[in-house]
Design a protein around this ligand. Structure first.
Ligand code: SF4
Length: 315
């Protein structure tokens, strides 16, 4: 079970994704985001450009990208890399430590009852009874759906909740989400700053959902919910829902799961996989052909096919 503040968007939507087996599945890492984040962290620690590049092990090819970042990204007050632990059984929270590099267990996290999460910057203004949390993300236009505004962003709400519960003098927490938009060629495009403010009362529905979801995860239950988060789900290959989609595609239920992780499973499943691949290819090509004539509305603001006005595409 690997749940933390950063993957709550998926887990709150689909609890099984947290407790299903997670066989090896390569998910493209957002390398530029990891390096960009590390660089800003170095600059926040007071290092100059060259020293930050060296200290954080950032490859030379990202030099121009880092130089193009605006200084406002690291000129923030507060304490950086603050790790929280929320006890979902007792509805309490505590500060686990600073700059833990996600090594929560070493810091004494109680996995049976505590949910960890790290926020880039946390600040407390006790006189004003205000707290502040800030997170920085490197994104592309295509990945923007993963980072909703703070009032709808589970990672930000999680940090705000932990601040309010661990510092009882606070009456509200300001949330700031800084989205650094990069091009596909790793060029800096612009910075978006999204803000929101919450009290404990505002967080009541989120708290309730969090506790219920963690109980589901702990008891290995919950509903499957397909969504854009499936693309990066570590449990994709053991997901009954995804297997079910393949079964439906083939209309010939296989004896075992369709996702293969061992040579024996490959031998057993390959004929069906090739058949499924073919069936999917035919279905997808037909859908593409149709959508070439006219983009197909999928509900909400989503379309399948090219939409020239704002370049929205799905699939
Ligand atoms: S692939 Fe999607 S539906 Fe399946 S477990 Fe993961 S998030 Fe849930």
């Amino acid at each position: 079970m690997k749940v933390s503040g950063s993957n709550l968007l998926r887990v709150l939507n689909c609890a099984p994704s947290a407790w299903l087996p997670q066989p090896n599945r390569l998910i493209a890492a957002a390398v530029r985001g990891t390096h960009g984040h590390a660089y800003c962290q170095g600059r926040r620690d007071g290092l100059e450009h060259d020293a930050a590049m060296k200290a954080r092990g950032i490859p030379e090819k990202y030099d121009a990208m880092m130089r193009s970042l605006p200084e406002s990204l690291w000129n923030t007050g507060g304490t950086s890399e603050v790790a929280f632990a929320y006890n979902w059984r007792e509805d309490t929270a505590r500060v686990l430590g600073g700059d833990l590099q996600r090594q929560y267990d070493k810091a004494g996290l109680k996995r049976s009852s505590e949910l960890p999460g790290t926020i880039d910057v946390a600040a407390v203004h006790k006189e004003a009874r205000m707290g502040a949390v800030e997170d920085l993300k490197f994104i592309t236009e295509q990945s923007r759906w993963r980072y909703p505004p703070p009032l709808r962003n589970p990672q930000m709400l999680f940090a705000a909740l932990c601040m309010l519960l661990s510092v009882p003098e606070l009456s509200a927490v300001e949330m700031k989400l800084v989205l650094v938009v990069m091009s596909d060629e790793d060029e800096y495009e612009r910075t978006l700053i999204l803000t929101g403010e919450v009290t404990l009362m505002d967080l009541a529905p989120f708290r309730e959902a969090l506790q219920a979801t963690m109980a589901d995860v702990w008891n290995k239950r919950g509903e499957y919910m397909e969504g854009p988060w499936c693309d990066e789900c570590p449990a994709y290959c053991s997901c009954e829902h995804q297997v079910g989609l393949l079964r439906a595609t083939l209309d010939t239920p296989p004896a075992t799961g369709m996702f293969v992780v061992t040579p024996e499973q490959v031998a057993q499943a390959l004929p069906r996989l090739l058949a499924a691949e073919k069936a999917l290819e035919v279905a997808i090509n037909a859908a593409k052909k149709l959508s070439d004539q006219e983009p197909i509305p999928l509900g909400g603001d989503r379309f399948y096919g090219p939409v020239p006005e704002d370049k929205r595409t799905v699939g």
